[in-house]
Write a protein that binds this ligand. Structure first.
Ligand SMILES: Cc1cc2nc3c(=O)[nH]c(=O)nc-3n(C[C@H](O)[C@H](O)[C@H](O)COP(=O)(O)OP(=O)(O)OC[C@H]3O[C@@H](n4cnc5c(N)ncnc54)[C@H](O)[C@@H]3O)c2cc1C
Length: 516
């Protein structure tokens, strides 16, 4: 067993691990990353999923909102996050709710067509404006030590704060909106990757909603040109330039904390590395396992489906597919349907049809397709199915994966004017290009416990009411129970999603502790 000394060891080379390592290496620290998989970037990755089909899909995460411009600029990342010209489309019978990115006539008209008059449109516009004010106050604090909730509250509309932060979101939705489709449109953002319901007293749905609304101060979700793999490629470039030592295919098997702070980490090949600071980019539950402590894995709840089509299918509503699929296409996400799906899943049933959202990367950025496929009209579709917790797949993983696929495709087929099958691209073996990943598959692929896409339930982005932070790690929301062992991933307070915040904030805490 060799014992190598390293100043800072990062467990995991996900996007957050790379962000933390680069900030620290640039500040003069000696940093080593130990990544279990052969690839870097964790859930931020592109892959040619289907044999013989040259389409590099964003296999796991697919859109970016919460990555602050300040981190992109600090690190000098050459990234283009491109706006979609449509925010969302929700088909309803022969019509649909179309929300343009730059709201115009079509948005207003579609509200009238679906809800009967202008009232829901007015209520929705006012609500959106209020959320932007909230976002403008909260977002700049994400790259600062955790703020005090009372200070934030004092800067925003009191009633909006209370209804988003203090009472179950369902109350706000039911008070402000009357139409089931509009209510569902608002609620879906509270349920992404999160198994909860509108009136959950834990307010988990409110926390999930808030993060979906505040990214870069406007809550817009953008397409990374070149796919998610382009984000990781840039992060690897700057990490290597900063002389971060990166070892992939190198799982950490155990951690032994040291009395004076820091720890020794043990790699699978018995190598031992002692470091003053350990940054855990792995999930908090993984960290506990490595420490030999009891732990409760979180519960992931999504079904991710990747598809390549030869052409986009026509929509029943008659809207051009190039418009309907350009933003987030909401399927089966009415307010009542979301509640029913939650109840079905709680009772052990895969919700069928499954509430899903679908998005077509290639309508905004065709560069992930080989030019020949692009010219032939091929497209990629990402389906993010909701309310499918990991336990639904435990007894019969293959059979339940197939049922989940059918439930999600049933939701998609219900809004199409033609069969889906002739539109599907075929791989080298003549099989349709559809990849389905349940939470169990996500866990197996990415080492995310329970397949939870945020490493665990999201926390409010401010200090807990009874907190009196004594260390830099506590002030930045990256503390563990061990001195010198910090969270630097999605499991940090404010770390969930593709944001780099877990990594940025851990690096800031380390540097503050070192007095640099
Ligand atoms: C299917 C899916 C869709 C999503 N969609 C979006 C989206 O569109 N937009 C968005 O903002 N967010 C999305 N998310 C969430 C987002 O991708 C994650 O929250 C984020 O990427 C996590 O980044 P991370 O660096 O903290 O952790 P991870 O990406 O989980 O990386 C952690 C790394 O640690 C490694 N590791 C774990 N254990 C060990 C060990 N013992 N030894 C060594 N290495 C280890 C893992 O292999 C992994 O590479 C999605 C996630 C998934 C799974």
């Amino acid at each position: 067993m060799t014992d190598i000394h390293s100043e800072i060891a990062v467990i995991g080379g996900g996007h957050n691990g790379l962000v933390a390592a680069t900030y620290l290496a640039r500040a003069g620290c000696q940093v080593s990353i130990y990544e279990a998989r052969s690839e870097l970037g964790g859930a931020v990755a592109s892959k040619e999923v289907f044999e013989g089909v040259a389409a590099r899909l964003s296999r796991f995460s697919y859109l970016v909102s919460l990555l602050p411009t300040s981190i992109i600029e600090d690190l000098g990342l050459r990234l283009e996050l491109r706006a979609r010209h449509v925010s969302s489309y929700t088909p309803v019978d022969s019509a649909g709710l179309l929300i343009e990115r730059q709201e115009g006539r079509a948005t207003r008209d579609s509200f009238r067509a679906v809800t009967g008059d202008e009232r829901e449109y007015q209520a929705w516009s006012e609500f959106e404006a209020g959320l932007r004010e909230l976002a403008a106050v909260i977002e700049p604090t994400l790259t600062e030590p955790l703020p005090d909730a009372a200070e934030l509250r004092a800067q925003v509309d009191q009633e909006l704060w209370a209804s988003v932060v203090e009472r179950p979101l369902g109350e706000l939705i039911e008070a402000r909106f009357a139409d089931d489709t509009v209510r569902g449109l608002v609620l879906t953002d509270a349920m992404i990757g999160t198994f909860t319901s509108a009136h959950d007293p834990s307010l988990l749905q409110n926390r999930c909603f808030l993060y979906h609304m505040i990214g870069n101060g406007d809550g817009e979700w953008r397409v990374p040109v070149g796919g998610m793999g382009a984000v990781t490629a840039e992060l690897v470039r700057v990490a290597e330039e900063a002389k971060v030592s990166i070892r992939a295919g190198c799982p950490v098997d155990a951690i032994k904390p040291l009395a004076g702070g820091g720890a020794t980490i043990f790699l699978a090949d018995q190598e031992a590395i002692t470091a003053e600071v350990i940054l855990a980019n792995c999930a908090p539950a993984t960290l506990q396992r490595l420490l030999g402590n009891p732990y409760q894995p979180p519960v992931g709840s999504q079904t991710k489906i990747n598809i390549v089509v030869r052409r986009l299918p026509r929509l029943l509503s008659g809207l051009e597919p190039a418009i309907g699929f350009a933003g987030t296409l909401h399927l089966g996400q009415g307010y009542k349907r979301l509640q029913q799906a939650y109840e079905d899943a709680s009772a052990g049933q895969i919700p069928d049809p499954m509430p899903c959202e679908v998005y077509c990367h290639t309508l905004t950025d065709g560069s992930i397709l080989d030019p020949e496929l692009r010219a032939a009209g091929y497209h990629t579709l990402t389906v993010f199915g909701m309310h499918t917790p990991a336990n639904l797949f435990l007894t019969d993983p293959a059979g339940s994966r197939e049922r989940a696929k059918e439930a999600a495709l049933r939701a998609l087929r219900s809004v199409l004017a033609e069969p889906l099958e002739p539109c599907l691209a075929l791989d080298r073996h003549g099989e349709p290009c559809i990849e389905v990943m349940t939470p169990l598959d996500i866990e197996a692929e990415l080492r995310m416990p329970g397949g939870h896409i945020f490493h665990g339930d999201l926390a409010w982005p401010w200090l807990a009411a009874d907190a009196s932070p004594a260390t830099a790690a506590e002030r930045w929301g990256v503390a563990t129970d061990y001195r010198g062992i910090l969270l630097c991933g999605s499991g940090a307070v404010r770390g969930g999603a593709v944001s780099g915040l877990g990594g940025h904030n851990a690096a800031k805490a380390v540097l503050e502790e070192k007095g640099s």
